[in-house]
Design a protein around this ligand. Structure first.
Ligand SMILES: *Cc1c(COP(=O)(O)O)cnc(C)c1O
Length: 405
């Protein structure tokens, strides 16, 4: 059986919505993006959500909006996709990498040790869609000893008066932390709608704005929207109407807007997100957990507890007490049966760009332990029962044959 790792979800509703955009004569940012933003707000429970062309550019935009620049520091977990760290580098800030815990997510005690008077933002990641400990992070940034270190530069930093918590929620659309959706826990949460993510627009993302008072989240939305469209006061859609030609450019903005024809894909998906997409992912997740829990070598991913539930974006199975080489050998065996698996992620300190900055993996023992033991199994709504059975059978056989050597 040939089983791809993560094909996008497509059906007649997705195709209809895309065709509707094409036939409307308007394919870039316009009504479909607005409709998707409204759906995201409703779903997540925030006042404002901005559609953007990727989570990477969105995170860069937010850090820039917060006035972060050369000389500042941004804290990120070791166990994430490179984009979490690269966005800070793009705006000239220094990346400070900290280790994670057994749940793959950033270790909040390690954050505290890494905070200096240069720290401007923390970017926690909800790995595999499992929420990080938002309450602990929020408590930390408000702690007097941490707040007193903060040196505010510019109006946004003066308004917030502390380190910004910007969640890289690329994996976590639909996840819950303490009975509320991910998106309402950080000051700003960024979702990715990249092709492999739970909800997709092929490329794209959304910035959920949930800043405390005195911020006006609608106002921040409008500011970020301008920044995402060259700083131009009228977007192409408004200008396309008769008499709407006049505009000004008020900031040296970026070009990070989401096109309607792409938003259409996500719009059709979000309408059935809970009832179909997330539910079917959970079915696969539960099937794996039920099957693997019988084996003493299996280390199951974190699962629903205390009002927290993941988005089942990945199924990061870990095999206890194996070396990186044994893990690679298991992957080779699984791959030979036609099943595409992956490793999420190669920890940042193992990548050349961060090694060149002086980072060494021995200083991130938990990230390394997670990485060396991890195999991400296919998980998506279209994965039918027979495929799940086939995957479990071949994973078990591959693991056991390597372990028995
Ligand atoms: C996918 C991903 C991103 C980047 O998302 P894009 O929309 O492709 O820019 C960022 N962080 C994590 C953890 C991701 O998995």
């Amino acid at each position: 059986m040939i089983i791809p790792f993560s094909p996008p979800y497509n059906d007649a509703d997705v195709e209809d919505e895309v065709l509707d955009s094409l036939r409307s004569g308007w394919i870039t940012t316009g009504p479909k993006v607005k409709a998707l933003e409204d759906e995201v707000c409703n779903y997540v429970g925030v006042e404002s959500a901005l559609g953007v062309n990727s989570a990477t550019s969105a995170m860069m935009l937010v850090l820039h909006w917060y006035g972060i620049t050369k000389g500042d520091e941004v804290i990120v977990p070791a166990y994430t996709y490179c984009a979490t760290a690269l966005v800070a580098m793009h705006i000239g800030a220094k990346v400070i990498i900290v280790d994670v815990g057994d749940d793959f997510n950033i270790d909040v005690d390690k954050i505290e040790l890494a905070i200096t008077e240069k720290t401007k933002a923390i970017i926690p990641v909800d790995f595999a869609g499992w929420p990080c400990d938002y309450e602990a992070i929020n408590t930390l940034v408000k702690k007097p000893s941490v707040k007193n270190k903060f040196i505010a530069k510019g109006i946004q930093q003066e308004k917030l008066g502390r380190i910004l918590v910007m969640s890289d929620a690329a994996h976590a659309f639909g996840a819950y932390y303490k009975n509320k959706r991910v998106g309402v826990w950080a000051d700003i949460s960024v979702f990715s709608f990249h092709a492999v993510k739970n909800l997709t627009t092929a490329e794209g993302g959304a910035i959920c704005i949930h800043l405390p008072k005195p911020f006006n989240n609608k106002e921040v939305y409008h500011t970020l929207r301008l920044w995402s469209l060259n700083g131009q006061t009228k977007d192409a859609f408004s200008k396309s109407k008769a008499g709407g030609w006049k505009y000004d450019v008020v900031y040296p903005g970026f070009k990070m807007n989401l096109p309607d024809v792409l938003a259409a894909i996500g719009l059709a998906q979000i309408r059935k997100y809970s009832d179909v997409l997330l539910k079917e992912r959970k079915r696969v997740f539960d099937f794996y957990s039920e099957a693997f829990k019988k084996f003493s070598w299996a280390w199951l991913p974190p699962y629903d507890k205390d009002g927290c539930s993941g988005s089942y974006h990945l199924y990061p199975l870990r095999i206890k007490n194996i070396s990186e080489e044994q893990r690679d050998e298991i992957i080779e065996k699984i791959s030979a049966t036609g099943i595409a698996v992956n490793v999420h992620f190669i920890p940042l300190p193992m990548l050349t760009v961060f090694k060149n900055m002086g980072y060494q993996i021995n200083n991130f023992p938990v990230a390394y332990k997670n990485y060396a033991a991890e195999i991400s199994l296919p998980i998506y709504p279209q994965l039918h029962k027979e495929a799940c059975v086939y995957i479990v059978q071949h994973v078990v056989e591959s693991v056991q044959s390597v372990l028995s050597k």
